[in-house]
Design a protein around this ligand. Structure first.
Ligand code: DUC
Ligand code: ZN
Ligand code: ZN
Ligand code: ZN
Length: 484
């Protein structure tokens, strides 16, 4: 059997760093130790050997706002591998009235060209008996996390009654509830008001979605999840108001996790004040970029552990697509790219600045989410038996980010001109070398679907644990019992 040995590097996991070689056979790690021999040797001297990144938040080839996101599973996973990410988790988005498994089949058809492994979250975009039934099928098929949009009124948004019903169902199935937390009613009101007052530019997008709409929805989702007895994952946590709610919930013992995006950590709302319409429109996403105060809060959350995962919400649109919103910011397709840049940007702004240790870097880019999504240690680990999804990370390697030569299909990059230090020397997807010093040697279709089991016994929120929600009928004297 052909074996590959990654030689001379420092194995860096979420827990510790130590000198060791790593042997890979048949796509999995078979030995970790000193002086290992193999048929193929990859030189990792001066490098960290880390679990490949997991980006748990992508929208590849997604129908959205009258168009499709521009990166598909081929270009998206190629971008991922180029930046050291070896697994993506994409959102299956059922249409109104469409069954969940029917939508999942559409996603399976799209992902046949994926270059790296992938999994799916299931979005709950409408509510009914069919959805309730299909949720059990979804769990059986390995899609155990369910995303709910509290915004995008009239399109994807679910109301609180639907949210509560769905959360209870997720809880009973042992799944993970997820939310896009923004108050969609308030966003719709503010959008209409801004447009009526003649504020139609991309800067108004940010005014239509202030931190309060996110803070309110995050608090609401946490309380509803607690009453439903389900763990909750809050995607794209962008502001102190939402972070505060998550921090408080965690401190109370609730199983709640927050996910800042690399964009929110490194880019701020001054981008929307740019004189060039295209510059600003290309950065329109929801939630919008925030000011420096919010960025500091997100970094503090990663340092203290109150925020757990750094993702991208990769949902890329070309400049031509962004121009659908000329004259009306509410029609600018929401979304930015980031798959290729998440790891180098986080290393540069996190590890090189001393905000994060290399071990914390591994935790927030890979290991934490593998545990939350219940695919650890198959993914997110450097352990014997784990998939050899690895990145050999060269902390000295530098580049300036540019749309020129990027893997993404779009014509710009929101990080254009940023110098990063810390890049992959090799990226391996289940033992196959996919990237060598920036040169792609990916294999289309190499990616496999990663089914995930329900979370089982750990699937409890605080109130359920305390049995606060269990009804206890009270017998009162003088009042006949009901039905008598
Ligand atoms: N936000 C975006 O910016 N794009 C996709 C969906 C979302 O919630
Ligand atoms: Zn063999
Ligand atoms: Zn979202
Ligand atoms: Zn998203």
């Amino acid at each position: 059997m052909a074996s590959t040995v990654i030689k001379g590097g420092t194995v860096v996991t979420a827990d510790l760093s130590y000198l060791a070689d790593v042997r890979i056979e048949h796509g999995v790690i078979t030995e970790i130790g000193l002086n290992l021999q193999g048929d193929q040797v990859l030189d990792a001297s001066g490098c960290s050997v880390m679990p490949g990144g997991i980006d748990p938040h992508t929208h590849l080839e997604m129908p959205f706002m009258g168009t499709y996101s521009a990166d598909d599973f081929e270009s998206g996973t190629r971008a991922a591998l180029a930046g050291g990410t070896t697994m993506v988790v994409d959102f299956v988005l059922p249409g109104q009235g469409q069954g969940l498994m029917d939508a999942a089949q559409m996603w399976h058809n799209k992902s046949t060209r994926a270059n790296c492994d992938y999994s799916y979250h299931m979005a709950i975009t409408w509510w009914g008996e069919k959805v309730w039934e299909d949720m059990a099928e979804s769990v059986k098929a390995g899609m155990t996390s369910f995303k709910h949009f509290m915004a995008y009124k009239g399109a994807l948004m679910v109301n609180d009654d639907e949210l509560f019903a769905s959360f209870r169902r997720v809880g009973e199935l042992g799944g993970l509830a997820m939310v896009h937390a923004e108050n969609g009613d308030v966003v719709a009101e503010l959008t209409a008001k801004l447009l009526a007052e003649g504020n139609s530019g991309p800067e108004a997008h940010a005014y239509s979605r202030p931190p309060q709409v996110e803070g309110e929805a995050t608090n609401r989702a946490i309380m509803i999840a607690d009453m439903a007895g389900v763990p909750l994952y809050v995607v794209h946590t962008s502001c102190e108001e939402a972070h505060e709610a998550i921090r408080r919930a965690r401190q109370q013992g609730k199983r709640v996790w927050g996910e800042p995006l690399i964009q929110h950590l490194t880019l701020d709302d001054s981008e929307y004040q740019h004189a060039d319409w295209e510059h600003a429109a290309r950065r329109v996403m929801s939630p919008p970029f925030r000011n420096k105060k919010h960025q500091d809060s997100l970094w503090a959350g990663l340092q203290s552990g109150s925020l757990s995962v750094v993702a991208t919400d990769h949902c890329a649109f070309t400049t031509e697509q962004k121009r659908y919103g000329l004259g009306d910011f509410s029609k600018i397709p929401n979304g930015t790219g980031g798959l290729e840049d998440r790891m180098p940007m986080l290393w540069t702004h996190g590890v090189n600045t001393g905000r994060l240790t290399p071990n914390e870097f591994v935790a927030v880019t890979s290991t934490n989410i593998a545990k939350i999504l219940n695919c650890y240690p198959k993914k997110g680990a450097v352990l014997v038996g784990a998939d050899a999804d690895l990145v050999v990370w060269d902390p000295q390697k530098e580049k300036v980010i540019s749309a020129k030569g990027q893997q993404s299909a779009i014509d710009y990059n929101v990080f254009e001109g940023q110098r990063v230090k810390g890049l992959p020397r090799f990226t391996l997807s289940r033992g196959q070398v996919a990237v060598v010093e920036g040169r792609m040697q990916v294999q289309q279709g190499h990616g496999r679907f990663v089914p995930r089991a329900p979370r089982g016994a750990v699937n409890q929120a605080l109130s359920a644990w305390k049995e606060l929600t269990a009804p206890r009928p009270v017998q009162r004297s003088g009042i006949p019992a009901s039905g008598v």
